[in-house]
Design a protein around this ligand. Structure first.
Ligand SMILES: Cc1ncc(COP(=O)(O)O)c(C=O)c1O
Length: 500
């Protein structure tokens, strides 16, 4: 598909502007352009076709099943888009006086209250804009807590299991702490024996996703909490997998002291591709004084920002946080009401349904009931037929399914991490199972079909190493290399970049 620049014809226009009647402002010569900007010149029908074609080349949760493990790509109900577009929300300026923004403040306060209940922890800050920023904020709270106790210099270590998402060690490093890795045991829990050797008076805390990225609920969570609290350390809950436990079990009750939510995953917010997110955190009483400012508080029937928090770690994001995400998540939660646990129950049911139908065809590293997601391995397919997790993922695209997360978590070879979410119908799950089973049959009967997949997508099998190392992300006009031939020294990824 050609770029707009390649379709451009001099003098062609998509619209015409009324004749200019205002005087032309005079500009100093040094500020004037030497020549007009290089913009595509194109007619309106061509323009409309161009973007319509592009829209058909993409894939999203609105076009097909998207079982991308740990990312919780669920349906975003359209009513939430309507609500967020109410002019009272949409047109509100973040610096609007408080008495003119009572509705928005009340919504944020109510969302805080709900999140506190879901977490089982009393105090919430909505500010962080993503789970990863919630992690960093939580670690900054730990630091402030230990600084107040005169232990900031001694407590330097954060324990992280080998199943952790990459943002966990990254946040630890950014917060100035050191990572202490802990192993996973044969049942997929944290290895408690290994853990005991790692926790001491230098430990600031644990970061744990529960259920883990293996989709397994840690069976020893109370014992783990006792180990950390016994050593004077804190427990951080990475809430990326909260979709499995909402209204069923609460991180605060499990012993966690700090929790982040990924509003965009657990509740509602179109995300992916860097879209907007929300990463509020909930904490125990003793950490509340350190939370970012402003806090949203209620005084009788009025709502206001509270900046009067002398021990605060400060601001972690502009204004009060990503307000549009709050509106969508609040609308989503309110539409479930007290039935919120059904969301998690169906997410877990759907995942176990898929697991039951797939576990004999693929390797299952930890043979237990799963939570909202599970991890299979393509290890046997690779050993017997040379078919890797990547081949399985690419072939699934030919069935119009988004691939699962692959090669993560790192402790499972040839990992395929599958998260169906609660919003998929049984027929869709059955079609997915059929595709996964057919891939296993094809692996032995016609492996080349899998090796060359995808066959029916706008972009074929990209050379991912070359695409990463020699990405062509700029159009170079006259100097742009001709990438249409099969010269292997040229990046085959270009089509994707042109279409992006
Ligand atoms: C387990 C886990 N932790 C943390 C994160 C980071 O969350 P975010 O993408 O909102 O920054 C993710 C994201 O996928 C995750 O899966």
């Amino acid at each position: 598909m050609k770029l707009l620049y390649e379709k451009s014809q001099e003098g062609r226009r998509a619209s015409s502007l009324p004749p200019r009647t205002l005087p032309v402002p005079s500009l100093p010569d040094e500020l004037r352009r030497e020549r007009p900007p290089r913009l595509p010149e194109i007619s309106e029908p061509e323009l409309v076709r161009h973007f319509t074609q592009l829209s058909t080349r993409t894939f999203g949760v609105d076009t097909g099943f998207y079982p991308l493990g740990s990312c919780t790509m669920k349906h975003n109900p359209r009513v939430n888009e309507r609500v967020v577009n109410f002019s009272g929300f949409r047109d509100l300026h973040p610096l609007q006086e408080e008495d003119g923004a009572q509705g928005a403040l009340e919504l944020m306060w109510r969302l805080q209250e709900i999140l506190a209940e879901v977490a089982g922890l009393p105090a919430v800050s909505l500010q962080p804009a993503a789970g990863s920023q919630g992690e960093l904020t939580g670690l900054m709270l730990m630091r402030a807590h230990f600084a107040e106790r005169g232990e900031a210099d001694t407590r330097r270590k954060i324990v992280i299991p080998d199943t952790a998402h990459g943002t966990n060690p990254a946040s630890v490093t950014m917060a100035g702490y050191e990572v202490t890795p802990v192993q996973t045991d044969a049942r997929g829990n944290i290895d408690v024996d290994d853990l005991r050797t790692k926790v001491d008076e230098q430990t600031a805390g644990l970061m744990l996703t529960n259920p883990s990225t293996l989709g397994l609920f840690d069976e020893n969570i109370e014992e783990i909490a006792a180990i950390f609290h016994g050593a004077g350390a804190l427990m951080y809950y990475d809430g990326a997998n909260l979709n499995a436990v909402c209204g069923i079990s609460r991180p605060g009750d499990m012993g966690f002291d700090i929790v982040h939510f990924n509003l965009h995953k657990t509740f509602s917010q179109p995300h992916g591709g860097g879209g907007p997110g929300g990463g509020p955190i909930a904490v125990r009483d003793r950490l509340e004084p350190f939370l970012p400012v402003p806090a949203v508080v209620r005084d009788g029937d009025e709502f206001r920002y509270d900046y009067d928090r002398p021990k605060t770690i400060g601001k972690v994001r502009g204004y009060a946080g990503p307000f549009g995400v709050f509106v969508r998540s609040y609308a989503y939660i309110r539409s479930y009401g007290p039935r919120l646990r059904e969301m998690s129950e169906v997410a877990v049911l759907n995942a176990n349904y898929l697991l039951a139908l797939l576990k004999d065809a693929y390797d299952l590293p930890f043979d237990r009931l799963c939570m909202h997601e599970f991890v299979l391995s393509a290890r046997t397919l690779k050993r017997q037929h040379g078919i890797t997790a990547l081949d399985v993922a690419k072939r699934l695209m030919d069935y119009d399914f988004h691939p699962p997360t692959v090669y993560f978590p790192l402790n499972v070879p040839e990992a395929l991490m599958i998260e169906p979410t609660e919003t998929e119908a049984k027929e869709t799950l059955d079609e997915f199972v059929e595709a996964m089973l057919e891939i296993v049959r094809d692996a032995s009967e016609r492996p080349e079909l899998l090796k060359e997949a995808p066959h029916h997508r706008p972009v074929g099998r990209a050379d991912e190493v070359k695409a990463a190392k020699r990405a062509v992300v700029r159009y170079l006009f006259e100097d742009h290399p001709d990438l249409s031939g099969d010269d292997s020294s040229r990046p085959r990824q270009l089509e994707a970049q042109k279409g992006a």
